[in-house]
Design a protein around this ligand. Structure first.
Ligand code: 5GP
Length: 200
């Protein structure tokens, strides 16, 4: 019997360091897969199609919504972002853990569909540090920086909707914390009950 993989949802404000943490998690855990989202946002310098995102037109995105191809989707900073369903379902069935790096609106949609998914919120060390990181990244226009900073403040207020919170003072520690969360989640009785009944 192949045990189903764990679905782990990571959210947090822009600049909290989610991307770096997720990248490190994937390097450390070969059985873990990240879902590549589709978006109508334009690629930033260095971003590649089918690696960072599937960069698609608004028409195509809307068609995919109509065809029910998304597990969840949301409009974030004026662009559509969504998680293609098939990849996630296939990997969970094959026993791989699947990581979704998505916003809160999307995370709440996942919560309704997957009762045993795990929700982790990543916080920056401070608001000042958050602003430095958004500005320092140099990928956004000034108006976008302000938009992301304001959104960050209201997103942080929604942390109560998540199961776990990690303050990203140190990337290695943040990664270790998520790995510890995953180990503990996999030991939950409910996740193992069927197998225990079969074996004992
Ligand atoms: P960025 O434009 O910086 O790559 O991402 C902006 C925001 O969109 C981030 O908060 C990120 O977590 C979120 N996001 C990325 N992919 C998805 C997705 O598939 N669904 C949802 N709901 N949010 C996403």
């Amino acid at each position: 019997m192949v045990r189903k993989g764990l679905l782990i949802v990571v959210s947090g404000p822009s600049g909290a360091g989610k991307g770096t943490i997720c990248k490190r998690l994937l390097e450390n855990n070969p059985q873990m897969k990240i879902s590549i989202s589709a978006t109508t946002r334009k690629p930033r310098a260095g971003e590649r199609n089918a690696v960072n995102y599937y960069f698609i037109s608004e028409d195509k995105f809307k068609r995919m919504i109509y065809e029910q191809k998304f597990l969840e989707y949301a409009i974030v900073y004026d662009n559509y972002y969504g998680t293609p369903e098939q990849y996630v379902i296939d990997n969970l069935q094959n026993g791989n853990d699947v990581l979704l790096e998505i916003d809160i609106v999307g995370a709440l949609q996942i919560k309704k569909k997957f009762k045993d998914a795990v929700f982790v919120f990543i916080l920056p060390p401070s608001l000042e540090e958050l602003k430095n990181r958004i500005v320092g990244r140099g990928t956004e226009k000034l108006s976008d920086i302000e938009k992301r900073y304001d959104a960050a403040i209201s997103e942080i207020k929604q942390v109560m909707k998540y199961d776990y919170v990690i303050v990203n003072d140190n990337v290695s520690e943040a990664v270790q914390d998520i790995e510890a969360i995953m180990r503990a989640e996999k030991r939950k009785v409910l996740r193992n009950y069927e197998e225990i009944l079969l074996r004992f």
